[in-house]
Design a binder for this molecule. Structure first.
Ligand code: 13P
Length: 252
């Protein structure tokens, strides 16, 4: 039984004060919530504040990126030890914005995934095709390559948890979404790849999220799909009302 997971990716938004105010509102909305897991991924600058505020609440905390090394001369980078120290349960890896604007490759992602698993941080591995790739019928191939290469060198996932997020690049921040059926097709395909790489049992327990313009208006349809176990939410996670509604709609 996979517990639904709703993750808010705040991206490069909110000052520490704004982050604290949002999280206080979310805490009151999610007190005593059961049957769905909630996590927020603030920018590094407000991770400590948010993490402290979320202690003893039902909200988990994640980071939006990390470097694979534990420490050293890597100016501007953040290590898994630092994230662990701040109580991060999750880290988003390979987001398309990292790939597009910061040159992140599958090889980088695989080093980060290994490092996250070593430090008991659950990686949320993002895959997804661009519009041109979709129109060329390459969605499955692109997602397969991104996933296989991101997990390269990881021979088994026994005792380790990963989450995969399917985020079609053309659906991020555009108001367009994949149809729930198309998203479920890709989520099912991702599960088959995991079954092939590891085992059917492993594939059955991995949570697969959909991301890309998720809102209160469309979450129910996505959650109704058999292979979609939750959502990675960008814009709609920045407001307590819309994020709160998305989470509550997962319970119906
Ligand atoms: P939006 O929900 O703003 O489309 O962003 C999706 C996303 O990139 C989450 O990681």
């Amino acid at each position: 039984m996979r517990i639904p997971l709703i993750v808010g990716n705040w991206k490069m938004n909110l000052t520490t004060k704004e982050a604290a105010s949002l999280v206080e509102k979310l805490k009151s909305r999610f007190s005593n919530i059961e049957g769905v897991e909630v996590a927020v991924c603030p920018p590094f600058t407000s991770l400590e504040t948010v993490s402290k505020l979320c202690k003893e609440s039902s909200i988990h905390v994640g980071a939006q990126n990390m470097f694979w090394e534990e420490q050293g001369a890597y100016t501007g980078e953040i290590s898994p030890l630092m994230l662990k120290d701040l109580g991060c349960k999750y880290v988003i890896l390979g987001h398309s914005e990292r790939r597009q604007f910061f040159g992140e490759t599958n090889e980088n992602v695989s080093r980060k995934v290994k490092s996250a698993l070593k430090h008991n941080i659950i990686p949320i591995i993002c895959v997804g095709e661009t519009l041109a790739q979709r129109e060329a019928g390459e969605t499955d191939r692109v997602c397969r390559e991104q996933l296989q290469e991101s997990l390269k060198g990881i021979d088994n996932l026994e005792g380790n948890e990963i989450v995969v997020a399917y985020e079609p690049v053309w659906a991020i921040g555009t108001g367009k979404t994949a149809s729930p059926k198309d998203a479920d097709h890709v989520a099912n395909f991702i599960r088959l790849i995991l079954a092939n790489m590891y085992s059917a049992k492993t594939a059955e327990r991995v949570r697969i999220l959909y991301g890309g313009s998720v809102k209160p208006e469309n979450i129910v349809e996505f959650m109704a799909q058999p292979n979609i176990d939750g959502a990675l939410v960008g814009g709609a996670s920045l407001k307590a009302d819309s994020f709160g509604e998305i989470v509550h709609l997962c319970l119906v």
